[in-house]
Design a protein around this ligand. Structure first.
Ligand code: TRP
Length: 315
């Protein structure tokens, strides 16, 4: 049976290496497998929840569209669109909102994290929290159920949202499905090894930790500068280094063949300097990114072409 694979990316930031490894690369690889129908979209309504600056959302949308296309997304094979170009998504969101238990939304991680911050600061539990954040999982459920996706490639932090989408689908099917599976029950598809790429400081790579390695913006220079700032232990050149658990090695692994990964470990154990190791990491990543970066720069210079591709996807 043809599997439908769908994923979205929130348009608030500039794509970084973590987005590439965790979402973009696997989604594009999956889109090339036979018997797979791919839907990839820019979640610009989700962006409104975290960002009230329209120009930033617009810039991010353009950067993301150019990034996915440059990374190899084939708009002939993949339905590639902006969430906000499909009015049926917010329409379905409302229908799903009416079958979603409030108590379930109370348990959503993103909402609970904001409440915890407020409580710790001695504020009202819901201070500064809008209904967009609260209902975020329902909009996401609509994104997925709208197209009856079977598989949803996401980072581990999104698993709960997929489970909620399943629950909502199940409830809707039970109430209105008339005994059949009206909505497909979606499953999260997690990349086993590298779903959480570490950032410069070893924590999950995330804009909110300010520890990201840029993907294309800023060119090879920005990539090199970011890699230079990866935190390592203070072992000197010549001293043996333990590769396991070093996040520089985890970053290397995300781009390396098993042979390259093994050779890098051997060199580190033999005393390779961290500075040299960073140079190896840069060369490995830049070797893969440079041809894509050239396409990215061309697309960024031609917004009308991007717009035409997105509108065709929406249609
Ligand atoms: N919430 C997802 C994230 O922050 C983005 C997203 C929105 C999404 N709608 C989706 C992902 C539907 C998969 C399917 O990463």
């Amino acid at each position: 049976m043809t599997q439908r694979v769908l994923t979205g990316i929130t348009t608030t930031g500039t794509p970084h290496l973590g987005n590439y490894v965790g979402a973009i690369r696997p989604a594009i690889a999956a889109s090339r497998t036979p018997d797979v129908e791919s839907f990839l979209f820019l979640a610009d309504y989700h962006a409104l929840i975290k960002c009230d600056d329209p120009s930033r959302i617009e810039r991010s949308r353009q950067q993301l569209a150019a990034t996915w296309l440059a990374a190899g997304l084939d708009p002939e094979r993949v339905t590639f669109y902006r969430q906000s170009d499909i009015p049926e998504i917010p329409e379905l969101t409302w229908l799903l909102t009416c079958v979603t238990a409030k108590g379930q939304m109370n348990r959503a991680h993103a909402y609970k994290a904001s409440v915890d911050v407020n409580v710790a600061a001695g504020e009202d539990a819901d201070a500064g929290i809008n209904m967009g954040l609260y209902c975020y999982p329902i909009l996401m459920a609509a994104d997925i159920l709208m197209f009856n996706a079977h598989q949803v490639p996401v980072g581990r932090d999104q698993i709960q949202h997929i489970e909620m989408a399943r629950d909502v689908a199940q409830r809707f099917n039970h109430l209105y499905g008339g005994g059949r599976e009206f909505f497909v029950l979606p499953e999260a598809a997690i990349e086993p090894d590298m779903a959480l790429l570490p950032g410069l400081d070893g924590r999950k790579m995330s804009k909110s930790y300010d520890n990201v390695i840029p993907l294309f913006e800023g060119g090879a220079k920005a990539l090199k500068e970011a890699i230079a700032r990866i935190v390592t232990d203070s072992k000197l050149p010549g001293e043996p280094k333990e590769p396991e658990g070093a996040h520089l090695v985890t970053l290397f692994d995300a781009f390396a063949t098993p042979e390259q990964a093994a050779a890098f470990r051997t060199e580190l154990r033999a005393g390779l300097a961290w500075g040299e190791a960073k140079q190896r990491l840069f060369e490995l990543i830049d070797g893969q990114l440079a041809p894509m970066r050239a396409r990215y720069e061309t697309l960024m210079a031609q917004p009308a072409e991007l717009e035409a591709i997105l509108l065709a996807g929406a249609a």
